[in-house]
Design a protein around this ligand. Structure first.
Ligand SMILES: [Fe+2]
Length: 205
């Protein structure tokens, strides 16, 4: 028996022109990085197409087509969502976070410097991502760690800052000096974008 998935193909979002003129993150890096994002979109579409044909009767936890497709679908979708956040909130002037996001950062971390230091350390400790996310159950921000596109999300938390620490994000520009790349990431953050998300989600200071 096959399951009829009702899904639509999605297309990659366009790269904002400002992303090609970042301070300390080269155009070469961003263009190569964008190609990886396009790959996540096409694999998501491919996996969902295959899931529409998959044999549910052979489902098995050791190996089955259903298992392989569903596990790797989370990697593809994670890659899409993570990179859409990442590209969207770069291209700004960095500095200290303003607006409601700045206020919530100060409330939940004590200071902007403490938030930045914790997110940077989380990025150094992770193997793929670090996120500042708002946990709706606890009503606060926390810096979460990720080793891959699909680890380790926490239910009912909404990411607001997505720091990509995969080597593809910085190796051309910084070789193994991830700390300097993270500094450049902060210097290019667009807090107006983050505050737009905060407003849209209804997060209050
Ligand atoms: Fe990436």
């Amino acid at each position: 028996m096959a399951l009829a998935y009702n899904h639509v193909e999605i297309t990659p979002r366009e790269l904002k022109p400002a992303l090609l003129e970042l301070e300390g993150i080269s155009r070469e890096t961003v263009e190569a990085h964008y190609k990886l994002y396009q790959g996540y979109v096409s694999k998501r579409n491919e996996i969902l197409t295959k899931l529409a044909e998959v044999d549910l009767g052979s489902a098995n936890q050791v190996y089955s087509d259903l298992r392989a497709l569903k596990v790797d679908l989370t990697f593809a979708i994670g890659g899409i969502k993570n990179h859409e956040l990442y590209f969207e909130h770069l291209g700004g002037g960095g500095g200290d976070p303003s607006g409601v996001f700045g206020a919530v950062v100060k409330r939940d971390f004590g200071s902007v410097d403490a938030w930045r230091a914790d997110l940077k350390a989380t990025g150094l400790a992770g193997r793929g991502w670090a996120w500042t996310a708002y946990d709706w159950d606890e009503g606060r921000l926390f810096n979460y760690i990720g080793d891959a596109q699909n680890t380790f999300p926490v239910w009912n938390a909404t990411p607001l800052v997505a720091l990509d620490v995969y080597e593809h994000a910085y190796f051309i520009d910084y070789a193994t000096d991830r700390a300097s790349y993270i500094d450049a990431f902060f210097a290019n953050l667009d807090y107006d974008v983050v505050n737009d998300w905060v407003q849209r989600y209804g997060i209050k200071a």
